[in-house]
Structure formats: structure tokens, C-alpha cells
Design a protein around this ligand. Structure first.
Ligand code: SF4
Length: 275
């Protein structure tokens, strides 16, 4: 059986950077904590905890020490609150996310009605919303785009990990909504690269394995795209591999979300090769 890795897979620039920053600020007494899990990967979160980087869900859980802002970013009020509480702030917001946040802020200041195309419940989208001073509208579907009122000036930004194709489709439904539209395609190339490489591989193998947290939006999207091309399994670790999946299989492809650590990808790869 041939085991093929996608050309682009695993940690993206922003996640690598955030983990490096978190490690540089680890503390033995457990007072360096990320606000929310640093990435949507439980195995990595556990490993960082052992290295001295904890995780809290709310700032009031941290009496002193340092709060590490993860790559998804947070709204401006979180920086203010951390400062008020006398906490150190280490900002590991991915620069691409930062760009989307600042774009939303500037569009509001320039008088645009801001639309964020993305998943309402995604922490990054929430952070972009907060940078718009709570004035943006979040839409996720063409039906929501059709239902939008008309505005004198419409400014559009996007969740960095949103599908490029879906973004284009929604934007075409928004063009009628204003005479003046500013579209900022704040999608990062890591997502497009991983999705294109996964689709290309999925079209040429019998089975795809998509590795990553079940709570990771970008990994789940990779699995959905691959499933359109061939039988696809979304797994978090090598332990989930089932012998039955490999029966009469000639080629198996592997991809992984932007929050999947290299060591997990290697374990899955090796286990497949040893079958
Ligand atoms: S997917 Fe892109 S925007 Fe998101 S953390 Fe990675 S590099 Fe940054």
C-alpha cells in the first residue's frame, strides 16, 4: 500500500508562531496561561501544560501572571481587562488575523457597514466582530447575504480560514447590496494551500486520512472536502486507525489541519506504512 502525504499539511505559520511564543513564556509555577486552548488540538494543549503553559477560559481565573493571547485573537476589551487586572500580556495573535481585526475596525471608522463572512461561533470571528466595535454583521451563507439590507457603503472582511470558493459565492450575492463595496479578502493562504493540496490528493487515492482535532474547524472542513472525492476518515491520533479501513486499498492519502502537530502526523504515517 502506498502512503502519500499532501503537499501542504499540518501547522501553519500562525500556529507555529503562537506555540513558539507560548513556549518562550512558559512558567514553572503555572501562571503563564493562554486564554482558551492555544489551538484546537487536545494533544498539543496537554503537552504545553506539562511544559508550563496552562490554559484558562476566563481572565478572572488568573490572579497574577501572564495571559497569552492565542492565534485566533481577542477583542480590544480583553487587553483592557488584562491590564486592569495587572496581568502581563503576550500577544500571539496571528498577523493575518490581526489584519482582519484592524481591517474591520478601519472600515467602521471610514463609515462602512461591515460584514464579516465566517462562522458566527468561531473565536476568530468573534474577535473580528469585537474589533468592529460590535457593529459588524456576521454572515455565513448566501441566504443570509440575500437577506441583508442595502447600505450606502458596505465593507466586507472574511474569517481567515473560510473556504475561498464559498467566500466568492457569498460576495457575488452581496454586490447588489450597495453602490460602494470594499471587499478585503482576508483569507490566509495556509487554508487555501491545505485545501487545494488535500483535494488534489483525495482525487488520486482510495482513502484519505484527515488528522486533527475533532473541534478544529479547519480540519473538519478538510475532511468534508476530501469526502467529496473518496472515502475519508477524520482522526485525532494514530490509535483511531482501524484495520478494516485498509482492506483492498492501494493508495492512502494523508492530510492534516493547520493545528495538527508534526509528531501526530508522523505517528499516523508510520503506522500506515507498517501495515
Ligand atoms: S490559518 Fe492562517 S490565519 Fe489562521 S493561524 Fe494559521 S496562518 Fe494564521
Amino acid at each position: 500500500m502506498e502512503v502519500i502525504l499532501a503537499d501542504y499539511l499540518g501547522f501553519c505559520y500562525g500556529v507555529k508562531r503562537a506555540i513558539t511564543i507560548a513556549r518562550e513564556n512558559a512558567s514553572a509555577d503555572g501562571t503563564a496561561c493562554t486564554l482558551g486552548p492555544i489551538i484546537h488540538n487536545p494533544q498539543m494543549v496537554e503537552r504545553l501544560k506539562r511544559e508550563g503553559v496552562g490554559s484558562v477560559d476566563r481572565l478572572d481565573e488568573l490572579r497574577h501572571g501572564t495571559v497569552i493571547i492565542r492565534s485566533h485573537g481577542v477583542g480590544p476589551q480583553v487587553y483592557d481587562e488584562a491590564e486592569r487586572r495587572g496581568l502581563g500580556i503576550v500577544d500571539a495573535t496571528c498577523p493575518h488575523v490581526k489584519k482582519a481585526q484592524i481591517s474591520a475596525k478601519l472600515l467602521v471608522e471610514e463609515g462602512y457597514h461591515v460584514v464579516i463572512i465566517g462562522e458566527r461561533e468561531h473565536p476568530e470571528v468573534k474577535s473580528i466582530f469585537e474589533w468592529s466595535n460590535g457593529q459588524a454583521e456576521i454572515i455565513e451563507t448566501t441566504a443570509e447575504a440575500d437577506a441583508l439590507k442595502t447600505w450606502a457603503k458596505l465593507g466586507i472582511v472574511c474569517q481567515t480560514t473560510f473556504s475561498g470558493g464559498k467566500f466568492r459565492e457569498i460576495v457575488t450575492h452581496l454586490v447588489e447590496k450597495s453602490r460602494e463595496i470594499k471587499v478585503l479578502r482576508t483569507i490566509c493562504t495556509a487554508t487555501d494551500q491545505r485545501q487545494a493540496a488535500a483535494m488534489e490528493l483525495a482525487a488520486n487515492v482510495d482513502v484519505m486520512l484527515v488528522i486533527g482535532g475533532k473541534n478544529s474547524a479547519n480540519t473538519t472542513r478538510l475532511a468534508q472536502l476530501c469526502a467529496k472525492q473518496c472515502k475519508t476518515y477524520h482522526i485525532e491520533t494514530a490509535d483511531e486507525l482501524q484495520p478494516g479501513w485498509f482492506d483492498k486499498i492501494e493508495k492512502i492519502g494523508i492530510t492534516a489541519g493547520a493545528s495538527t502537530p508534526d509528531w501526530i502526523i508522523k505517528e499516523v504515517y508510520k503506522k500506515c506504512q507498517n501495515r
